[in-house]
Ligand binder design. Structure first.
Ligand SMILES: C[S@@+](CC[C@H](N)C(=O)[O-])C[C@H]1O[C@@H](n2cnc3c(N)ncnc32)[C@H](O)[C@@H]1O
Ligand code: SF4
Length: 366
């Protein structure tokens, strides 16, 4: 156990596409929430030394200074390694120098900002507000304060978006000189405003061209494509997210958070009332060995490097080939075996879901 995820489900505004566990910011709810969060941490954290902490949302940076101080009182309960990666998700509009300084003082050393797009017509669709100048200015402040691990999120696949529009967004994102970029093709999630308004996203053909453009453009600009949707400068992978993709254990604290501890995957309730009254866990699934191996492949193959054959055997006392009938996938060049790793070739990453599904429920069991 070496990672913690903490969920802060409050936002100042609700974006039209978002199905994350979130609600509108209300100061008194936040105060009650932080007390309940503190209790959850105290009841469950067993004192392990942590390598990564990730505070996500929602919009953690929309909390007031006083509330952020309370949040950091909670994170100070953790014992942390000298190599701690401590990420805070932040929104440009709710994050000023005072808050950034407070993050810094409390060991935050990685920031993750949602940009999504700079194009006004897509920002309008998303119900977001942001200007390139504001972003440049904020990134400058982050750098001045010594944050050298900065991620930005970029979305694509909007109705009427052209490859040129996307190229324009990529150029602007690249001009920020950040070291990590996460890219997301728009998903029309049920219960979101976009879904209810029957918004039509880009068609699959254009979507796949957009994905190829992102891969080419970011790689041409020195980014390493290390996970289906994630790119970084050398040595700037998200250690926290690698915990998930390496199928390692982690605590999940907060509303709607998920965790993986002692072969049990659990998900917390999304009901604030239940959470505040201590009825935290909604679902617990104890994984069989078969399921653990499936997860190892499904999560691990998201990494472009793939799954280490040696590591798989060390963990499960079986080789990947003994467990999974992957020869057909290799023959069809949907998987590559380079002797050390099994991975999905770059040109097939766009159809990775169709490949990963083969490992669900032991479909390709040997
Ligand atoms: C946890 S969310 C939110 C982070 C932060 N609250 C913000 O909005 O800037 C992380 C990222 O998931 C992506 N995302 C959220 N909903 C999505 C959707 N419906 N389709 C595609 N990407 C989505 C966005 O890029 C977003 O920045
Ligand atoms: S995308 Fe981010 S800011 Fe927008 S509603 Fe979702 S969590 Fe909140």
């Amino acid at each position: 156990m070496k990672s913690v995820y903490i969920h802060i489900p409050f936002c100042k505004e609700i974006c039209s596409y978002c199905d994350f566990c979130k609600m509108l910011y209300h100061s008194s709810f936040v105060d009650c929430y932080l007390n309940a969060l503190e209790k959850e941490v105290k009841d469950n954290y067993l004192g392990e030394i942590l390598d990564t902490i990730y505070i996500g949302g929602g919009s953690p940076s929309c909390l007031s200074i006083k509330q952020l101080k309370k949040l950091f009182e909670i994170t100070s309960l953790f014992r942390t390694s000298p190599h701690l990666e401590f990420t805070m998700e932040a929104n440009f509009d709710s994050c000023d120098e005072e808050k950034l300084l407070l993050f810094k003082k409390n060991k935050v050393n990685r920031l993750s900002f949602g940009i999504e797009s700079f194009e006004p017509k897509f920002l309008k669709v998303m119900k977001r507000n942001l200007s390139y100048e504001e972003v440049l200015e904020k990134i400058k402040i982050c750098r001045k304060l010594g944050f050298d691990h900065i991620n930005v999120d970029l979305m694509y696949g909007f109705k009427d978006q052209t490859l040129e529009d996307l190229k324009e967004d990529l150029n602007k994102v690249l001009s920020l000189s950040v070291d990590h970029i996460s890219t997301y093709s728009l998903i029309l999630e049920e219960h979101t405003e976009l879904y209810m308004h029957h918004y039509k996203r880009a068609n699959d053909d254009l979507d796949s061209k957009m994905y190829s453009l992102i891969m080419k453009d970011l790689e041409d600009n020195g980014f390493y494509h290390y996970e289906i949707s994630n790119f970084c400068k050398e040595g700037h992978e998200s250690k926290h997210n690698l915990t998930y993709w390496n199928n390692e254990e982690y605590y999940g604290f907060g509303l709607g958070a998920s965790g993986y501890i002692k072969n049990r995957r659990y998900t917390n309730t999304r009901s604030l009332t239940n959470y505040l009254t201590g009825k935290r866990v909604l679902e617990i699934e104890t994984l069989t060995l078969e399921e653990q191996m499936s997860y190892e492949m499904i999560l691990g193959l998201r990494k472009t490097r793939g799954v280490s054959k040696k590591e798989f055997q060390r963990k499960y006392h079986l080789t990947i080939e003994e467990k999974f009938a992957i020869m057909e996938l290799i023959k069809n060049q949907l998987l590559i075996d380079d002797g050390e790793y099994i991975f999905i070739p770059k040109e097939k990453l766009y159809v990775s879901n169709a490949i990963l599904i083969a490992f669900v429920g032991g479909n390709v069991c040997g």
